[in-house]
Design a protein around this ligand. Structure first.
Ligand SMILES: [Zn+2]
Ligand SMILES: [Zn+2]
Length: 403
């Protein structure tokens, strides 16, 4: 193959006349520029001057190709990273292109945002803090759509294994929705491009299904919402992908803690419960497992609207208003992290990741408040895949070995 035939390249150090070695500036590499140095020392000495190159280079690039710099597609697959200069917080990368938008036949009833992406009824419907009370017929409609949503999640979860892409999971969810005469609620909601959210590893929520292949050792949240009979039903679970994930103590700790946080929160739900209370239960349990609670995303009212009052925070000492009354429907959906509670959003404007790249897990149910308690409308069925696994030995003992 052809090589570089020009004279030996010189060190990029400002006052250095040496020939360059193999050492390249990693920041320059990211923005597609070659800067070689003669030594680590010379690189360090010249850093304060050299780093200006990155700024000018990236602003030149972004003025030409705003806003998204696209990496070269892999010639074998055509796949590429749409945001190659973005400072990712962990090891996960988006794998584009996304597949074309999946169609929904006109025979299925669309929510109002299906065409132009804007959920107008959510923006005007009732007051921001007024929580809707559903009558018996409406409650039955919620039971129906939530049961269908559970079936779709279970179908998707059975397909989630090493070697398949998250886009394939999206295809499975989309088809299962149509078979149930249901619209996949995420599709085009505020322009979300796919029919389900798939959130692996450090993704907190709102991951976009793409061409990334699931690996043995991943954890994956699948968040399904259906629109059927004029109502939405919403649930999610996090699954272990392959045996490696089940053998990883930290993955099991975060997934099982998130599962238990949701279960413990549901235990206190009944008429009269303050909407601010579940957060106290959730954060207490998360802390006991040395995990933290994501604060940016909350549970939500759900009925004819995908998201409405109440807002249900998952963290302690929150100031949410309102109390549970019979006939209300809302979700609880704690997102639990092994590290920081702080989040960051990818330039796709959806994918939310932990700022330190640590793994997160989430579980969600849609709940109906009854006269004397709560009905879990999206409850697991006898044959639902997934479910709790025991904590590995290593984490049930104290984290620090005694001396
Ligand atoms: Zn959901
Ligand atoms: Zn939700």
């Amino acid at each position: 193959m052809a090589g570089d035939t020009s004279a030996p390249r010189k060190c990029s150090g400002a006052d250095c006349g040496n020939d360059a070695g193999q050492l390249q500036c990693p920041n320059c590499q990211k923005i597609g520029k070659e800067s070689y140095f003669c030594s680590q020392d010379c690189f360090k000495r010249n850093w304060s001057e050299h780093k200006k190159v990155h700024k000018s280079q990236s602003s030149i690039l972004s003025s030409i190709i705003t806003p998204k710099v696209v990496s070269h597609p892999d010639p074998a697959t055509g796949h590429y990273n749409p945001f190659p200069t973005f400072p990712y917080t962990g090891t996960l990368r988006p794998v584009y292109p996304l597949t074309p938008k999946r169609e929904v036949p006109a025979s299925i009833k669309y929510p109002d945002y299906a065409k132009d992406g804007i959920p107008r009824s959510e923006q005007v419907f009732v007051g921001r803090n007024k929580i809707t009370i559903l009558d018996k017929k409406q409650q039955d409609a919620m039971r129906k759509v939530c049961r269908l949503a559970r079936e779709v999640l279970d179908i998707a979860a059975r397909e989630a294994k090493p070697g398949v892409t998250t886009d394939y999971i999206d295809e499975v969810v989309h088809k299962a929705c149509l078979e149930r005469k249901s619209y996949p609620s995420p599709l085009n909601y505020y322009h979300f491009p796919k029919s389900v959210c798939t959130s692996p590893n450090e993704v907190i929520c709102h991951g976009i299904p793409d061409q990334r292949v699931l690996k043995d050792g991943d954890i994956l949240n699948i968040d399904v919402t259906l629109y059927h009979g004029g109502f939405h039903g919403d649930l999610n679970e996090t699954y272990y992908i392959g045996d490696k994930a089940l053998a990883d103590p930290d993955s099991v700790r975060v997934v099982e803690t998130a599962r238990e946080c949701l279960d413990k929160a549901i235990e206190i739900v009944k008429p009269g419960m303050l909407i601010r209370d579940p957060g106290n239960v959730i954060e207490k349990h998360a802390k006991s497992r040395n995990c933290s609670v994501i604060r940016t995303y909350c549970g939500h009212g759900i009925n004819q609207l995908f998201h409405c009052a109440p807002n249900v925070p998952h963290y302690a000492k929150n100031k949410a208003v309102g109390q549970a009354k019979p006939g209300m429907c809302f979700t609880i959906e704690p997102m639990i992290s092994l590290g920081t509670h702080k989040d960051k959003t990818w330039p796709d404007d959806w994918t939310s990741v932990t700022q330190d790249g640590t793994r997160t897990a989430q579980f969600e149910h849609t709940l109906l408040i009854t006269e004397d308690g709560v009905e879990v409308l999206t409850a697991r069925l006898l044959d639902s895949p997934g479910g709790p696994v025991p904590m590995p030995e290593a984490t049930s003992a104290a984290a620090t070995p005694s001396v």
